[in-house]
Design a protein around this ligand. Structure first.
Ligand code: NAD
Ligand code: IPM
Ligand code: MN
Length: 350
């Protein structure tokens, strides 16, 4: 029982087919639980930019804050839709993440049953700082014919809140690393860069408030290695924005590809949910994309708004579809049964 208002952003490329799949599964799961779901729609992305000159409809941010419980977003952006400075016009990172102050980008990496052979379970969460770091330079870097520069910024307030969020995530988590030790791994380049040394020092200050959670660290390069070579070590990772961007796609490659990886952008008042991946233009509109990322994204949204039973119904159905072999992935990450086949396999197991 209860009701949830969800704003949907269909997005570009494979976005519309993925969000269609998620809406269908979400509506069916909610109905089974007697949960009322109202879907709204907001247009955003490269298509919106080409039509209107802006990547997000006017007033949308305010509607997200006041008229909805959460936002379900498909991937946006098209590589050829660019601004004069050479950056993409249709991506919404700054608009949404800084506009809504969703400072925590939560990116679970979990191996689903039957996807691939691994030495053990892979089940960790990357907590990516989402409002500062290198990305704070977005729109203000400088370039001329001879040189270009972007500046990274870490603030005490920004680092403290993301590290605290990571420790809280570890405490609340049920999945466990192979050795059963609850831990947060700080991933930084504090051996070379002052900003990252600042990040690590604040990590240890905050860690003192969480004696029940192990405070662990890795330099960025060794973290990349160990995420491939020994993923069972990891529980929660916390890191700077740009580093988190790279490591989340790397993690995806170890669990069947980007089409299996969901994400949530969480702020104090507002949250929006999207897959880790982009709009994959080369496979768009051909029933090739894996919608699992978007389905697990819908489950994260439901969990966040307190509809935990309905969230669990969706993740359970996804896991069953994989475990029973109804969904199998090609080596490059597309499902053998197509986008619609995955949707049908999950719908029939809700
Ligand atoms: P991408 O994530 O779209 O694609 C990378 C690779 O993963 C491609 O081979 C693609 O086919 C594959 N892939 C992605 N999602 C898949 C799925 N669900 N099922 C199967 N295979 C999948 O990255 P890109 O090609 O570098 O970027 C394309 C566009 O997306 C760019 O405009 C980029 O800026 C944008 N982008 C947006 C977001 C977002 O909206 N959050 C995230 C990343 C990239
Ligand atoms: C992501 C994406 C975005 C990022 C881009 C599209 C702005 O890659 O959500 O991981 O770099 O954060
Ligand atoms: Mn990314």
């Amino acid at each position: 029982s209860g009701s949830v208002r969800i704003a949907c952003i269909d997005g570009d490329g494979i976005g519309p087919e993925l969000v269609d799949s998620a809406r269908e599964v979400l509506a069916a799961a909610a109905e089974a639980d007697g949960l009322t779901v109202e879907f709204g729609s907001e247009s955003a992305g490269a298509g919106t930019y080409l039509r209107t000159g802006e990547p997000l409809a006017a007033g949308a941010l305010e509607r997200f804050r006041t008229e909805y419980d959460a936002v379900l977003k498909g991937p946006v952006g098209l590589p050829d839709v660019r601004k004069p400075d050479g950056t993409e016009a249709g991506v919404l990172g700054g608009v949404l993440r800084n506009g809504l102050d969703t400072y925590a980008n939560v990116r679970p990496v979990r191996l689903l049953p039957g996807v691939r052979e691994a030495a053990g379970p892979i089940d960790y969460v990357i907590v990516r700082e989402n409002t500062e770091g290198l990305y704070l330079s977005r729109g203000s870097g400088v370039r001329n014919d001879r040189a270009a520069s972007d500046q990274l910024l870490m603030t005490r307030v920004g680092v403290e809140r993301i590290v605290r969020f990571a420790f809280e995530t570890a405490r609340a988590r049920t999945g466990a690393p192979a050795d059963g030790v609850r831990r947060v791994t700080c991933v930084d380049k504090s051996n070379v860069l002052r900003s990252f040394a600042f990040f690590r020092d604040i990590f240890h200050e905050v860690a003192a408030d969480y004696p029940d959670v192990e405070a662990d660290h890795r330099y960025t390069d060794a973290a990349a290695h160990d995420l491939v070579a020994n993923p069972g070590h990891f529980d929660v990772l916390v890191t700077e924005n740009f580093v988190g961007d790279m490591l989340s796609d790397l993690g995806a490659a170890t669990v069947g590809g980007l089409g299996t990886c969901p994400a949530g952008n969480i702020g104090e008042r507002t949250a929006y949910f999207e897959p880790v991946h982009g709009s994959a233009p080369s496979i768009a509109g051909q029933d090739l994309a894996n919608p699992t990322s978007q389905l697990l994204t819908a489950a994260m949204l439901l969990d966040h708004v307190g509809a935990t039973g309905t969230a669990r119904r969706i993740t359970g159905a996804v896991e069953a579809a994989y475990a029973e072999g109804a969904v199998r992935l090609n080596p490059h990450g597309t499902p053998t049964c197509g986008t619609k086949g995955v949707t049908a396999a999950v719908l029939s197991r809700l």
